[in-house]
Ligand binder design. Sequence first.
Ligand SMILES: NC(=O)c1ccc[n+]([C@@H]2O[C@H](COP(=O)([O-])OP(=O)(O)OC[C@H]3O[C@@H](n4cnc5c(N)ncnc54)[C@H](O)[C@@H]3O)[C@@H](O)[C@H]2O)c1
Length: 381
Amino acid sequence: MKPLYVGLIGQKFMGRAHSNALRQVSRFFELPAEPVMHTVAGRDAEELDRFARNWGWKATTTNWRDLAANPQIDLVDIATPNHVHAEQAIAMLEAGKHVACEKPLAGTLDDARRMRDAARKAKKQKTFVWYNYRRCPALAFAWKLIREKRIGRIYHVRAQYLQSWGGPDTPLLWRFKKGDAGSGAHGDLNAHIVDMARFLTGDEVTEIHGAVSRTFIKERTLPGTKKKGKSTVDDAVLFLASFKGGAVASFEASRLAAPHQNANSIEINGEKGSLRFEFENMNVLSFHDASDGAREGGWRRIMCTSAGNHPYAANWWPDAHVIGYEHGFTNMYADVLRVLGRKKPEIPLPDFADAYETQRVLEAAMIAAKERRAVKLTSVR
Ligand SMILES: NC(=O)c1ccc[n+]([C@@H]2O[C@H](COP(=O)([O-])OP(=O)(O)OC[C@H]3O[C@@H](n4cnc5c(N)ncnc54)[C@H](O)[C@@H]3O)[C@@H](O)[C@H]2O)c1
């Protein structure tokens, strides 16, 4: 197996999730390339050393540009706040690196477009975006069932991503600053469900019919102080949309929907059947087959852990020995390494061009909310 040298930027939540996936991936998957955890970049040198020792990174740096300058590094994994994705990703592409960037692609559509264009220009390199929920086996299986035409023409897409950690006691983290995050629950949570909806249906949003964005908590405590600062992002955003193929859709994201904690869900209703995925019960896919008829019809509860039947299941544990959050990231690294080794991924991976389309939908919804009007996607470029 060829070594593939990886650099990582950011060592907190996603830095941990990605490091864990890198450590595990070649133990569970047979891959064309072996990832080597080369260098991790972050801002706090002391914390960084502890992080590197704990996760097995060989070297550290407090200057992320060192990753671009190092000729040995093949792939750079970006796990930093949204406003630095563009600068970091473009620098890495210009230095000849493959890039796997966290979602949303960027905080603003302008940054996202620059990233898409840089990826287009860098013909030899691949880009990936961490829309990791695609790689929950149940969601990947839903994608396969839709491709097998099991639900037929799609009428409805109903997606929600509900959390509750953003109450008044939560300090003014970067996630509440427009300059750092771009938006609040919208870019954080709607980004995932828009990606999931586009991925599952294989269809594109053509119009946002209306949207509402609300900031309930306008001031928060500055971390480590008693002072208050302004929250400049939404706490919740809801919008209605149409897809090119005719389906109608609703999307809702909130950080104030107690007691939901990570209730990422999507339901699709079609002519021949329906599908429903709920992340908090992520090993299960609900499927309704309309041909069951009125007598026995209803939701089937499919445990998506059967090797050979369900995506990624053969790489993990026996039937119903369930997997969790971290496995989505490991499954994603497996597909990233397959693609870099010129093999096919289990299911399609989002690249910068794909994530740019998700960003256009998010932008259109923000315009719809701000200007209180419908927005055609053709007007958002
Ligand atoms: N895929 C998912 O499900 C998922 C989940 C959570 C977060 N995210 C995304 O991951 C990214 C990071 O989020 P997080 O939750 O890990 O944040 P975090 O605050 O936990 O960690 C951010 C890291 O970036 C570092 N950092 C910040 N600014 C930097 C800079 N200018 N240069 C170098 N390093 C810098 C910080 O020191 C920290 O290590 C965001 O884009 C977020 O939207 C994705």
